[in-house]
Design a binder for this molecule. Structure first.
Ligand SMILES: N[C@@H](CCC(=O)N[C@@H](CS)C(=O)NCC(=O)O)C(=O)O
Length: 223
């Protein structure tokens, strides 16, 4: 039981989802959790600020330790519960190298994805330019082609046959893009990865509840 753990989370947030998947993979059941609403600005509540002074989700506490960075929390849990649940750092140097490479490369993918999805939110109306929109789109397409190539080479997971920390950390981002209607026909290897891991118990059990009932705008449909 994980009664000494508390996770404050927001639905559909890839960083929050990473920790939820990780807790399932490590069989850490019964932790305290609270779903907060970004729309209602609950991530700026005192309860969150007490744990995460940036007022961001996830806010995660494990015993006396606060781990608000999803990467940090996942690594911490893997190390603390090495022999519990699934082992997520492979032994072979080849798989380990790929795992580390892919998990940190995801920051570039996130940067390109955010530039497209949130352009209108981040750039004031009078400052928007078609050329910038086009540049952001092309940068995301170039990045996605790289990931498509990576996944074409593997039958299963990002670092080979085994599900690793790289999948815990990257899958929520790939799923996020399909939620925003990334085209399966244009990115078949990414789509295969997305669909096959959907059924993994840790992922299925933590699927963002709002995604089941709410369709977000199809901003990635033409990428
Ligand atoms: N560094 C954090 C990122 C957390 C983060 O960006 N959370 C977003 C939701 S996905 C958030 O709370 N945004 C609201 C805000 O920044 O005010 C991690 O990877 O865990």
């Amino acid at each position: 039981m994980a009664k000494d753990m508390t996770l404050l989370w927001g639905a559909g947030s890839p960083p929050c989802w990473r920790i939820q998947i990780m807790l399932e993979e490590k069989q850490l059941k019964g932790y305290n959790q609270k779903l907060l609403s970004f729309e209602k600005m609950e991530h700026k509540s005192q309860e969150v600020l007490d744990m995460n002074p940036r007022g961001q989700l996830p806010a995660f506490k494990c015993g006396k330790h606060i781990l608000n960075e999803s990467f940090a929390a996942c690594f911490f849990l893997e190390n603390q519960y090495k022999s519990q649940g699934n082992k997520l750092i492979p032994d072979s140097s080849e798989a380990q190298a790929l795992m580390y490479q892919r998990m940190f490369e995801v920051f570039t993918l996130i940067e390109k994805m955010v530039a497209v999805i949130y352009y209108n939110l981040r750039v004031p109306e009078g400052e928007r330019h078609d050329s910038a929109v086009q540049r952001n789109r092309e940068a995301l397409i170039t990045e996605l082609k790289l990931w498509e190539g990576y996944l074409k080479k593997t039958d299963c997971c990002l670092a080979g046959q085994e599900f690793t920390l790289a999948d815990v950390l990257v899958y929520p981002v790939i799923a996020y893009m399909f939620h925003y209607q990334l085209c399966s026909e244009r990115y078949p290897a990414l789509a295969k990865y997305y669909n096959s891991l959907k059924e993994r118990p840790s992922i299925k059990a933590t699927w963002p509840p709002s995604w089941i009932t709410f369709i977000d705008p199809d901003v990635l449909k033409t990428i």
